[in-house]
Design a protein around this ligand. Structure first.
Ligand code: NAP
Length: 430
């Protein structure tokens, strides 16, 4: 008899888990990958920036896993809505939760909920065509925008804001979104780090790309590029060198300007009906290495604040969750009898996409060592009884084809994302 496993979530963690089950299992295995959206690949489709085509090509690898005979894609199926944990355990020997980190962390400052103060997760979903965010969600009508945080998501957001619509035209950005980017009034982008260049979370390759922007000058204040000490790991030393080289270079008058700022923390987002500015306090590290304010303030006249201060996971109905770590408590991937977790939901939103491969492999080793055995009920019968018709892998291929057709009809690249669930569903129902 085959080992039957449900993987909840079809992002990189879920699909690497399916692959590890097929590769590691000593006996036959059947894996169903359940996904609430009609489309697989999670963050690769809806998180990786559209102009990062080589990272996006990880989808080709994930596709080969979904095409393995032991693996089945069941889209449009939501845990907590269409079925419960108990249902899954009645149908499978084991369940692996891989739903990632879907919401933004909060900064906890006044004004954070004003219109115009936006979670980077929303903005990223917007330009990636996520069906949860409508293309008319954002109008880029402010000449100045602040992006809070100096991680790779902040760099992605800044790059999309700084590029011209022409530069993004060959990407898969939804056409309505591309038109809004073409109408952007943004002239100045301020990327704000609450600590120094040596503490920034972005990686060197991503930082260097900002220096290649054809449409924007990148500016760093020499006094903010100064670092104490010299003994840094190679990546950080690389970041510092790049930032210091920008600090030594005057702007050349490109249409947009990116100011990369350090040692400033947001204390209040200003405005009455919408964002009209952001108040920042200069910071330093105290003797314990904590960020503290110096009492010196600065206000930027921005009309939009993009909060890019990290993602966090959300609790799944019926699954243990730690509000302290915002992850599912686990031991090497094991949650409870026959329940496991992998990816960002297991360890928090860190690392690159490939990190999820070794993470999933660990969870699968734990699962296989347990030899879990349980439910014999049929998931197909259970979903049919509830009136749920899962979206199949072939349905997904029809969505992909419709996206390729749309791109060629618009004369834009290899794919243009369909926007909204209706457009996706009609791609295979027609
Ligand atoms: P991140 O790397 O954790 O960066 C978060 C940033 O927000 C840090 O600069 C952090 O500063 C700052 N921050 C946190 N709380 C703050 C607050 N209250 N006020 C001001 N600043 C605050 O998170 P991320 O950028 O969302 O990235 C998530 C993961 O995805 C990372 O592993 C990243 O490398 C990965 N990713 C990779 C790529 C790529 O490879 N191209 C692209 C996108 C994302 P402190 O350091 O001071 O806390």
């Amino acid at each position: 008899m085959s080992l039957r496993v449900a993987v909840v979530g079809s992002g990189p963690a879920g699909i690497y888990t399916a692959e590890a089950l097929v590769k590691q299992s000593p006996g036959p295995v059947e894996v169903d990958v359940l996904e609430r959206l009609p489309t697989p690949y999670g963050l690769v489709r809806y998180g990786v920036a559209p102009d990062h085509t080589s990272i996006k090509s990880i989808a080709n690898y994930l596709q080969r896993v979904l095409e393995l005979p032991q693996v089945r894609f069941l889209g449009g199926v939501t845990l907590g809505e269409h079925l419960s944990v108990e249902d899954l355990l009645s149908c499978y020997d084991a369940v692996v939760y891989c739903t990632g980190a879907m919401v933004d962390r909060r900064m906890g400052i006044p004004g954070e909920d004003l219109p115009g103060s936006v979670a980077a997760t929303d903005f990223v979903n917007w330009y990636c065509g996520h069906p949860d965010v409508s293309p008319d969600r954002f109008v880029l009508d402010s000449p100045e925008v602040a992006v809070i945080g100096v991680g790779n998501v902040a760099v992605d957001v800044v790059r999309v804001l700084a590029k011209t619509a022409e530069e993004l035209s060959s990407t898969d950005v939804p056409h309505d979104v591309l038109e809004r980017l073409a109408d952007s009034q943004v002239k100045a982008i301020h990327m704000i780090g609450r600590r120094g260049p040596e503490h920034a979370k972005f990686t060197l390759k991503e930082l260097r790309e900002l220096g290649e922007l054809a449409n924007a000058d990148v500016c760093v204040r020499p006094e903010e590029a100064v670092v104490l000490g010299a003994d840094f790991p190679r990546q950080i030393k690389g970041n510092i060198d790049v930032l210091q080289s920008w600090a030594a270079k005057p702007p050349v008058g490109r249409p947009r300007r990116l100011d990369v700022r350090f040692w400033l923390r947001p204390v209040e987002i200003l405005g009455t009906d919408r964002v009209e500015g952001i108040k920042l306090e200069r910071t330093r590290l105290d003797d314990d290495g904590r960020v503290v304010g110096t009492g010196e303030f600065e206000t930027l006249p921005v009309g939009m604040v993009l909060r890019s201060v990290g993602y966090q996971s959300v609790a799944l109905p019926g699954v243990p969750f730690s509000e302290r770590t915002m992850t599912v408590p686990n031991e090497a991937g094991k949650v409870r009898d026959r329940e496991y977790v992998a990816g960002w939901l297991k360890r928090g939103p860190t690392g690159v996409i490939g990190t999820n491969k070794s993470d999933a492999a660990e969870t699968v080793r734990t699962l296989l060592a347990d030899q879990p055995s349980g439910g014999q009920a049929s998931i197909d019968d259970l979903l049919a009884r509830r009136g749920v018709t899962p979206i199949t892998y072939d349905d997904w291929l029809a969505i992909e084809k419709a996206e390729a057709d749309l791109a060629s009809s618009l004369g834009r690249g290899a794919r243009v994302k369909l926007v909204g669930l209706d457009a996706m569903l009609s791609a295979f129902r027609s």
